[in-house]
Ligand binder design. Structure first.
Ligand code: NI
Length: 133
């Protein structure tokens, strides 16, 4: 593949964070790190919303938060046709880690993930969609 060079202007702050990322992840240089970030982002962006894809929703939440689990269960039942399996791990006294394996149209999976992540008490959530293309 032909490699082209182009200039990028960045805030000092973002550049410092990028260099930190390069160090942490042991990239040989900034170009390699930027290439990784862009392609990772584009994989998720270019997925056709009607395509059937598989993926995973990861949630971390405090199970003491009122109604959280009731809401989560209700949402999951509304999307039951997309959910393959759910793994629940009690990380510590307060926190739970839930990993939900999903398969279906990518826009439907995104809708499910957005609803779950938006529940009050969810500290962190992420949808990972994979593709075989
Ligand atoms: Ni738990």
């Amino acid at each position: 593949m032909k490699v082209k060079r182009f200039g990028v202007s960045l805030d000092e702050q973002i550049l410092t964070e990028l260099d930190h990322f390069v160090d942490m992840r042991k990239f040989p240089n900034r170009s390699q790190a930027i290439r990784y970030l862009i392609s990772n982002y584009l994989i998720e962006e270019k997925i056709d919303e009607n395509k059937i894809v598989a993926g995973c929703i990861v949630l971390v939440y405090d199970h003491h938060k009122r109604d959280l689990q009731t809401k989560s269960t209700a949402i999951q039942h509304d999307f039951h046709e997309t959910i393959l399996s759910v793994m629940h791990v009690h990380i510590d006294h307060h926190n739970c880690l839930e990993t939900i394996a999903v398969m279906g149209k990518s826009d439907r999976l995104r809708e499910l993930a957005d609803k779950l992540i938006a529940i009050k008490g969810v500290k962190h959530g992420k949808l990972v969609i994979t593709t075989t293309d």
